[in-house]
Write a protein that binds this ligand. Structure first.
Ligand code: STX
Length: 320
């Protein structure tokens, strides 16, 4: 690949505050150019929180970049709170944040769970979305959850899988999402924390094509792991709070068909295998599917970073 694009230099927010929503206070920040094209970053998990580095997917001179921590995670409060925490609550938060900031339309950028939420939001408020940049497509369907949390990815990362199985008794291993759920609802705090670390570390160990120990370790930080694991598990037990599992990938596509969209997908994504991006693209040929041929899941795989920045650069130079 010639002239590989890499992240923009680090920047600091020019504004941050909290959005009040039900029993939650939602942290958000604005960076880049206050008069630039508005773009909102939807992080993954659910429960992953935003981070400083994601500011760098956008040209700070072209974009007004808005990043927020979804209910219960990152700097949002209360930490780890699962009450009034559903896909549709998050969709309302995004729209309310947009209104609070006086924005008419924004580019929506989301990877992994962020791609799920991007589709749920755009299919609810299509007029609010100017373009989308989606990565590592995840639609929360049964087969996707089974692949990652029951049988599939387990064959590619057996060492990490062994660690994921450890907190669960043999007789409960036929349904690992629900076995973890039992522990997360229980009152043994030490067991809960250890299980949350194991849950979270599994994802950290499988997100890049070549295993990066520092990534697995960063997912094991207790405060992060607790919110990440509890929130992910809560959404997965509830099947993403969708009416039916093909809602976002089939029924809803007509609503968003004309929104200019780039989909970036790693060929060897073990967290969100490429079949989902492929099916989405079959249902939505108007969206541009870009396959990163030697990449796994994370936005920080070099090819994926390049394609994501190429996409924000392309949309950032439109003056509409
Ligand atoms: N969860 C996939 C997901 O959305 C099954 C995701 N994976 N890692 C992340 O999110 C973070 C990088 C945000 C932690």
């Amino acid at each position: 690949m010639k002239d590989r694009l890499s992240l923009y230099p680090p920047i600091e927010p020019y504004d941050y505050d909290f959005l009040e929503a039900d029993n939650h206070q939602i942290y958000y920040e604005q960076c880049g150019n206050p008069d630039g094209k508005p773009a909102v970053f939807l992080h993954g998990g659910p429960g992953g929180g935003g981070s400083k580095i994601v500011r760098q997917f956008f040209n700070p001179e072209a974009y007004r970049i808005i990043i927020f921590d979804q209910r219960g995670c990152g700097r949002s409060k209360p930490h780890g709170c699962l009450e009034k925490n559903t896909t549709w609550d998050l969709v309302e938060d995004i729209e309310n944040l947009k209104k609070k900031l006086g924005i008419k339309q924004w580019l929506v950028f989301g990877g992994s769970w962020g791609s799920t939420l991007s589709l749920a939001y755009s299919q609810t408020y299509p007029d609010s979305v100017s373009e989308m940049v989606l990565r590592g497509i995840f639609m929360l369907r049964e087969k996707e959850l089974k692949w990652f949390y029951q049988y599939g990815a387990s064959n590619v990362f057996p060492e990490a899988w062994q660690y994921f199985l450890e907190p669960i008794d043999e007789e409960d291993r036929h349904n690992l999402i629900s076995a973890y759920h039992k522990i997360f609802l229980g009152d043994d705090e030490e067991k809960k924390l250890n299980a949350a670390i194991a849950w979270s570390k599994w994802e950290g160990s499988t997100s890049s094509l070549s295993y990066r120990p520092e990534m697995a370790e960063s997912f094991s930080e207790p405060k992060f792991a607790l919110a990440f694991a509890l929130i992910e598990n809560h959404y997965f037990i509830n099947k993403g709070f969708l009416e039916e599992e093909n809602q976002l990938i089939e029924k809803g596509i007509d609503i968003i068909r004309s929104i200019p969209t780039v989909i970036v997908q790693g060929r060897y994504d073990m967290v969100c295998p490429m079949t989902t991006a492929w099916e989405l693209s079959q249902n939505w040929p108007e969206a541009e599917l870009i396959i990163a041929p030697s990449s796994g899941h994370t936005a920080f795989e070099k090819e994926i970073t390049h394609e994501l920045i190429n996409a924000t650069n392309k949309f950032g130079s439109n003056n509409d």
